[in-house]
Design a protein around this ligand. Structure first.
Ligand code: FES
Length: 157
């Protein structure tokens, strides 16, 4: 259930949006932050806040790759596999992450810390290979740099 202060804040955001759909991603992201992922309950709550049907929210949720409709780790690692990052070695970064975390694409490490997800362009094409963890973008990745970042992220959890 959404805590009352969060509900109030989200209703204010919906009210200030031109259309409810404009606020939908914001609402889904906040509910995802609250629950850890966008649960069925959260979809229903988002629908109520936005004045949309659950099906409409579900459709929007499946369109955005940063909205998770199943449980994820405490940190989600999005690794860009679009053309610019691919040309500078994103596959090696992905392989390194898979080996380090013991997971395949879309899977969560056994300690529940990290979920690894390949994704489309993150808008950091000039500094690839790129990945994003939470709201932080990391560019010019090498295996060593990936290890440093994982260590840093673990320390912050
Ligand atoms: S192609 Fe990777 S950030 Fe754009």
């Amino acid at each position: 259930m959404i805590p009352e202060p969060l509900k109030k804040e989200l209703l204010a955001r919906v009210a200030s949006a031109i259309t409810p759909r404009e606020a939908a991603v914001d609402v889904m992201k906040e509910l995802q932050r609250h629950y850890g992922w966008l649960t069925d309950e959260a979809v229903g709550e988002a629908a109520e806040l936005l004045g949309l049907s659950s099906l409409q929210v579900e459709e929007l949720a499946t369109f955005y790759e940063m909205i998770y409709r199943r449980p994820v780790g405490r940190r989600v690692i999005h690794v860009c596999d679009s053309i610019s990052c691919w040309s500078v070695g994103c596959e090696a970064v992905m392989t390194h992450l898979q080996n380090r975390l013991g997971v395949g694409p879309g899977e969560t490490s056994s300690d529940g810390m990290f979920t690894l997800i390949p994704c489309c362009c993150l808008g950091n094409c000039g500094e690839g290979p790129t990945m994003m963890i939470g709201d932080t973008l990391y560019g010019r990745l090498t295996p060593d740099r990936v290890d440093e970042i994982l260590e840093k992220e673990r320390a912050e959890l």
